[in-house]
Structure formats: C-alpha cells, structure tokens
Design a protein around this ligand. Structure first.
Ligand code: ADP
Ligand code: MG
Length: 364
C-alpha cells in the first residue's frame, strides 16, 4: 500500500574510497501493491538493497522515497520502525519459548494496542497465513513451513504498507517451498501490501513476481515482467541467469536493402535484429532449449543439420546435446515421444523469433 522510488542508490562497504561497491547507482520504481523480486547470484547486492530500503544501512549516494517522502539519503535515514515496513528473513527467528500467539502479538504490544483488539488481529492474521487454531503451540511443535508462517504473521500483524522478504523459503524443502510460493503470492494479492522479495532462484522469481529486478555485480541488469526478462533479456548475463540458454555463434550479413541478416551455420535465420547491429558484426544467438525442434527428415528450408551427441531422459522432457556442422553445441529439450539416439543425424529448427541476438564479446 505504498510505492518505493529508488534513485542513484549506491553502497560502498569500507567507505566510498575503497571502491568496493555492494550496490552501484540503482534506479528502481516499485509501484504500490506489486510483488517485486530482486533476483541475482550470491553477492550481487540483493540483501544490501533490502537493508537500505529497511533503513538498517545508510547509502553512500542516492535516495529512497516511500510515497514521495524521502526516507533515506546520505543525509540520514528514517528509523526502521517509522517506515511502515515489515521484514522476514531466511532464518525465521521465532522465539522458541513463546507460543505462536505470544510470538505474533509482540509488535502489537509494543504499539500498546488494547488486548481485545490485539487478540482479534492476531487471530485474523493467523487465519490469513493458514495457522488458525494453533495459537497455543510452541514453535518446536510446528513444522518448518509453519514456523516460517509464524514469522510472516509477526510481520503482517502490524499491517505494514511494505513487506521485505530476504530468501524466506530457502530453508524449506523443495515441495514445501513450492506450496509456500503459491501462498505468498495469494497473500500479497489478498492484502495489497507491496512485497519486495529477494531470491537467487530464478524459477521462484518467475513464479511469484509482477516485476523482476535482475542484478549482477552490484548493478541492475534489467527490470521487467517475468515474461520480459525470460523471453527478451536485456543482455547475455540476464539471458544466462533466467534459464538454460545456448549462445550459438553467428554473423550478420548484408541483406536486402542493406539491413543485416543473421546467418548461423551457413543458414539465414529470421531473428529480430535491433538498430544497434550492422552487417559484419560477430554475434551470438541466445537460444533456449525449448525453442529447438528436431526432425529425422528435412521439413523446411531454414533447418540446420546436426548430430546427437548426448540424450538425457527427464520424464516430461527429453534433452539432447547436438553438434552443429560448425562444431557449435546446442542443447535442445523436446517432448519425449519419438526419441533420437546418440550419433543420429538430425535436422534442427530454431524458432528464431523467440531467440535474441547479442554482440559477441571477448568474455563469451
Ligand atoms: P546478496 O544478498 O545478493 O548475496 P549482499 O548484498 O549480501 O549480496 O552483498 C553484496 C556484496 O557486499 C558482497 O560482495 C558482500 O561480500 C559485500 N558485503 C555485504 N555486507 C557487507 C558488510 N557488512 N561488510 C562488508 N562487505 C559486505
Ligand atoms: Mg543475501
């Protein structure tokens, strides 16, 4: 129920002179009532960003506004308890010797909410996180998922406008993590609270978010919907982080009217090519495995030829490693019916409209 506007935000641990930026020049506009995820590998600055928003850390540059009020800048930081924010951590620190009720009512007691009203709010909140009826239990009488829900309830009971969550599901087993995903999404929708959620798990980010901020090396790489960051990654780092991707070498040749045309393995492919590309450029085509199709016989003029070098059965999918005529390797995932064998010669269709062209760089 509050938006967050971040401008030019930087944080250097050990002082600005150290040059060790945990976060560099972040601009991010988080709208009210959104589920926004900060996604990136370990050490990319996600927790630092969350701690800056929470007010535990002072920035070295930039500002954070909540509903147009500056709550953080180099000049100072509004105290964390004055920001209308709740925070949930990975290590859901619930008090082991207090009951569920006592754990959850804590923030209301601090705020001197009358007992009857506090009881009602605790009960409402516990119902919201599916813990109704468990008020009298101690944490060690609860499962890991239930304990994490207690931590959630403790943050929610004081009705924050913004909830900050730092990898809250990473201590749960895979099955429970998936169920809690759905519950968190529903919780955000039902409450209308702005969620800022941190994870290194791209599938979690895709499943939960309205918008994903992909971070790498202290810098924002892209801010967009799950579909945008998955299907139209801004650069190779994002393409690589969001899922399996092949970078297939290609070149741009001058086509009709001088517009560059993509050629891979001697074959023209109808990829979208941006205005920043020119004939003669060395490029990589970013191809997701699900956009590759195999056939035993030639089915179209723009198919490539390849040899199957590896086959992995994944139950719902078959994965193939292919070697193109040029020697480039291509990973493909297809329906497991009609399997191919290692050493089979196959025809390969790449859905070029779903692929993205990037400049080839020395590092890749
Ligand atoms: P993430 O949450 O994405 O894993 P962090 O925000 O925790 O990343 O860390 C970003 C970078 O800042 C890392 O290189 C980390 O080592 C460094 N860092 C984080 N906290 C501190 C700190 N208190 N003192 C010094 N360096 C830190
Ligand atoms: Mg972290």
């Amino acid at each position: 129920m509050a938006g967050i506007r971040i401008s030019g935000l930087s944080k250097f641990y050990g002082g600005k002179e150290s040059g060790m930026a945990a976060l560099r020049d972040l601009d991010l506009d988080i709208r009210d009532n959104q589920f926004v995820t900060l996604l990136g590998p370990s050490g990319c600055g996600k927790t630092t960003t969350l701690r800056l928003i929470a007010g535990y850390v002072t920035p070295d540059a930039g500002t954070i506004r909540v509903d147009d009020r500056i709550i953080s800048s180099v000049e100072g930081v509004a105290p964390p308890d004055r920001r209308g924010m709740g925070m949930v951590f990975q290590n859901y620190a619930v008090w082991p010797h207090k009951t569920v009720f006592e754990n959850v009512v804590f923030g209301l007691k601090l705020r001197k909410v009358p007992a009857a009203e506090a009881r009602r709010k605790v009960e409402e909140t516990l119902a919201l996180v599916n813990l109704g009826g468990l008020e009298a239990r101690l944490p060690n009488e609860l499962s890991g998922g239930q304990q994490q829900r207690v931590a959630l309830a403790r943050s929610l009971v004081v009705e924050p406008g913004i909830l900050l969550l730092d990898e809250p599901l990473s201590n749960l087993d895979a099955k429970l993590r998936e169920r809690m995903r759905v519950e968190l999404k529903q919780l955000q929708r039902r409450t209308g609270i702005t969620f800022v959620y941190v994870t290194h798990d791209q599938s979690e980010a895709l499943a939960l978010s309205d918008q994903i901020a992909v971070m790498h090396g202290g810098r924002l790489q892209q801010f967009g919907t799950p579909d945008e960051v998955y299907r139209r990654p801004a650069n190779k780092v994002v393409a690589d982080f969001m899922g399996i991707v092949n970078f297939v070498p290609g070149e741009l040749r001058s086509g009709p009217g001088g517009a560059p045309v993509l050629v891979v393995d001697g074959q023209e492919l109808p990829a979208q090519i941006g205005a920043e590309f020119h004939a003669g450029d060395a490029v990589d085509l970013a191809v997701r495995p699900e956009n590759v199709k195999l056939s035993r016989v030639r089915e179209g003029a723009d198919q490539l030829t390849a040899k199957v070098t590896e086959h992995t059965y994944l139950g719902n999918l078959s994965e193939y490693w292919l070697e193109l005529a040029s020697g480039a390797v291509l990973r493909a995932q297809t329906h497991p019916l009609e399997p191919f064998d290692v050493d089979d010669e196959v025809f390969v269709s790449i859905d070029a409209g779903e692929c993205n062209v990037f400049h080839r760089t020395a590092a890749s």
